[in-house]
Design a protein around this ligand. Structure first.
Ligand code: NI
Length: 205
C-alpha cells in the first residue's frame, strides 16, 4: 500500500470479565443508588453541572479507596489498562500507572454530558453498569478537528477511522478506555430508565 496511517487515535472496548458480570453489576448498582441518596454534596453539585442527573465527580471521586466493591472493580480494570498501554507503546518503565479518580454517574432520560476531556490524567475510561434500551453511547471527536479549517467534509459512508465523530455504543458489563486528552461527550440520553456508569482516571505522575 502506498498510503499508511500515522498518529492513530486508539480506543479500547471490551467486556470487563468473562463471567459474573450480572452479579457484579447488581452490587455496583446497589452502592451507586445508595450513594445517590447519601451524597448531598454530589447532588448539589449535579444540580448545576449535571442537570437532571447525579454524578459523584466533585464529591466522592475516589470510590476505589472507600468501597471494597469499587476496589474490586479497580483490580478487574487493571489488566485491561495494561493491555491498552502496551498497544499504545507507552514507556512506563519506572513509571507506575495508578487509578487516581473513580466516580459514579446516574443519567435519567433527557440528561446530556457535553464535550470535555480529562485533565491531569493519562488513561481515562468508563465502565457500564446498567444500559437500558435507547441509552446514549459515548461520542468521540477527532482531536485534529480544530485544524481542519478548509477541509472538505468526509463522505457519509467513510470508514470509521476517517470520520470526525464516532459514537461508540454503551454495553452493560463493558468498558471503554481512551487517552485522557481525547474529547468526548454523552449525547442526550433517551432511555426510559436510568443509564448508570462509572468513570475513572489512571495517571502516572
Ligand atoms: Ni468523560
Amino acid at each position: 500500500m502506498a498510503t499508511r496511517a500515522l498518529f492513530p487515535t486508539l480506543l479500547y472496548n471490551a467486556a470487563l470479565q468473562k463471567q459474573g458480570a450480572r452479579a457484579f453489576n447488581a452490587r455496583l448498582l446497589r452502592e451507586i443508588k445508595q450513594l445517590g441518596h447519601d451524597d448531598v454534596a454530589g447532588r448539589k453539585w449535579s444540580l448545576r453541572n449535571y442537570p437532571g442527573g447525579f454524578t459523584s465527580y466533585a464529591s466522592v471521586n475516589r470510590l476505589h479507596t472507600v468501597s471494597p466493591t469499587f476496589a474490586a472493580l479497580e483490580k478487574k480494570l487493571l489488566p485491561h489498562v495494561r493491555r491498552f498501554c502496551r498497544e499504545l507503546q507507552l514507556d512506563l518503565v519506572q513509571r507506575k500507572l495508578v487509578m487516581t479518580d473513580c466516580w459514579a454517574n446516574i443519567m435519567p432520560a433527557g440528561v446530556v454530558h457535553g464535550m470535555h476531556l480529562h485533565t491531569l490524567s493519562t488513561i481515562s475510561g468508563t465502565y457500564y453498569v446498567r444500559v437500558p434500551p435507547h441509552s446514549s453511547g459515548l461520542k468521540f471527536e477527532d482531536p485534529r478537528l480544530d485544524r481542519m479549517m478548509a477541509a472538505p467534509p468526509r463522505l457519509a459512508n467513510s470508514r470509521l477511522e476517517n470520520r470526525p465523530w464516532v459514537l461508540v455504543p454503551a454495553n452493560a458489563g463493558h468498558l471503554i478506555l481512551f487517552e485522557s486528552w481525547l474529547r468526548h461527550e454523552v449525547p442526550t440520553n433517551q432511555s426510559r430508565t436510568e443509564r448508570v456508569s462509572i468513570s475513572f482516571n489512571f495517571n502516572w505522575f
